[in-house]
Design a protein around this ligand. Sequence first.
Ligand SMILES: [Fe+2]
Length: 346
Amino acid sequence: MIFEHLSAGGCQSYLVGCADTCAAALIDPEISLIDRYLALAARDGLRIHYLIDTHTHADHFSATRQLARRLDAPIAMHRASPAPGVELTLEDGELLAVGKLRLRVLHTPGHTRDSMCLQVEDRVFTGDTLLIGATGRTDLPSGDPEALYDSLFNSLLRLDPALRVHPAHEYKGRSHTTIGDELAANPRLQKRDRAQFVEMMRSLNLGMPTHLTEALRTNMSGGKTVAQMLAEAAEHVPFMALAELKSRIEAEHPGLIVLDVREREAWEGGRIPGAKLLPRGQLELRVNQDLPDPTLRIVVYCELGRISTLAAATLREMGFQRAVALDGGMQAWREAGYPTQVGTPG
Ligand SMILES: [Fe+2]
């Protein structure tokens, strides 16, 4: 078995491949690692056949949809998953064939209703059902401590104690543990009475994960994250460095329009000298009137250098093929000590 373990923050993902056939499955891929998954699969000579989410993640951005499109491979999740685009729905006890490997599905609701674990050979991918020294929380949407109790004590923990446990989250850099180790030492598994376990889970009082709303929105709807919107726009837009723009506006004939897409108040409060105001919210509607010549070279900027990327991409889409975005925003311009202009030009 070919096995690769990748970490992004505390999020763990796994590439599992059959050495005989070169077939592979990717478990819980995270959006920031897409290039690494593809590079690893290529390096190991693997073709990814399945993109698997062990559950609907509330705290990481799943890469299954983007990879499914790129690799022409199905997304596999438990049948209870609300996520759109799941082509392969799985149920308890079923097997997923990855070349000669067999990934066995255990439905383990509790952290979420659609949680599952996957056992293959000497190891089990436990998603957020069982973590190293902890369990998944049960206070997020579709969580249920009673169900988690059953999933752990009547299913997962009855597997061979020697099985290696690979969770979907690990924050202390440990690579794995075993079922036996967890039974012996995991503090949350010491309450073996159902009522006591449920009571403990209900009283954990954990803080909300960062990006909860955005992760649930995108993972459940198939929509894009803000970072994805920006990255996609950036793929279609060249950038200009702050120092380059400064030297160009200091030249006699800069040969470009500097376009400020912030609101009027911000523009009046301090702008790049000579910048023309066209707020992002009015861009499409005012473009014909304010920028009649689509052959002009335009440098777009905003406060932080993010909205300007979207605005420059929009301008390019509208035919302004020389629109570029400033690499950095007004904030960076001020911090660099570059000149600014204030007030309304008379
Ligand atoms: Fe989770």
